[in-house]
Design a protein around this ligand. Structure first.
Ligand SMILES: [Zn+2]
Length: 236
């Protein structure tokens, strides 16, 4: 996997993230799109859930989409039933799911990196997260080809990316629970900070709170760089 982004520790001005996930009406999985496109797809828009987007970009959900009685629109990685395309607002990965049940994960256990270039604190942390979230982590990345100290904790083998959707660049809502668990287990994990869904939480400056209240980060331009397909964890 290629990572083009440099890790920025400070949250800067937040910008639009059109076609990316959001938490919409009723806590449902939503997508940030124009209110016009939402309405034409039969969806419902709410304000304030697509941080600092242009005024016409709002979080759109569709609770009923005629794919079985429980049919609702969600990210294809998160559907426990069958998905049908072209019934939902947003990009092609928003599909009409036949089931109200969560389809998070179901992945085989990922391989862990050896301790070495990837430091012990990161490997041990990765094992704890995966043990707590069986089937939810598809793949793990630790080191990156960059000099230590560098622009990312990956350069020093002290960060783990927990890939938690069906593929790189494929959005999911699954990472929120994992990221909040990491926050709540910051002591045993030796947590430096955690990032999920364009938001960052750092125990040295942030109080314990729901992910929706974590500090917003700038738009880095795509699903992976905005952390909608993986949870990034940096260790001390
Ligand atoms: Zn990372």
């Amino acid at each position: 996997m290629q990572f083009k982004a440099f890790l920025l520790l400070t949250a800067t001005a937040t910008m639009a993230a059109v076609n990316e996930p959001c938490v919409g009406s009723g806590g449902r999985a939503g997508v940030c799109i124009s209110t016009t496109n939402c309405a034409s797809a039969g969806g419902v828009s709410i304000s304030g859930a697509c941080p600092s987007d242009a005024s016409n970009i709002k979080c759109c959900t569709k609770a009923s989409c005629a794919n079985g009685s429980a049919g609702n629109c969600r990210w294809s990685s998160d559907c426990a039933g069958t998905s049908v395309a072209n019934k939902c607002p947003g990009p092609s990965q928003m599909k009409c799911c036949s089931s109200s049940a969560s389809g998070f994960g179901g992945y085989s256990a990922p391989a862990f990196p050896a301790v070495g270039a990837c430091k012990s604190v990161a490997v041990e942390g990765a094992k704890k997260v995966v043990a707590a979230w069986k089937g939810r982590v598809r793949q793990i990345y630790c080191t990156r080809d960059c000099a230590c100290p560098g622009t990312s904790d990956h350069c020093c083998g002290k960060a783990i990316d927990f890939m938690c959707s069906d593929g790189g660049g494929v959005p999911t809502s699954s990472g929120r629970q994992i990221a909040e668990w990491v926050m709540n287990n910051r002591g045993t994990l030796n947590l430096k900070y955690v990032i999920w869904g364009q938001r960052i939480w750092n125990p040295s400056v942030d109080g314990v709170k729901a992910w929706t209240s974590w500090r917003a980060m700038e738009d880095r331009g795509d699903i992976t760089q905005n952390h909608w397909d993986h949870v990034h964890v940096s260790f001390k």
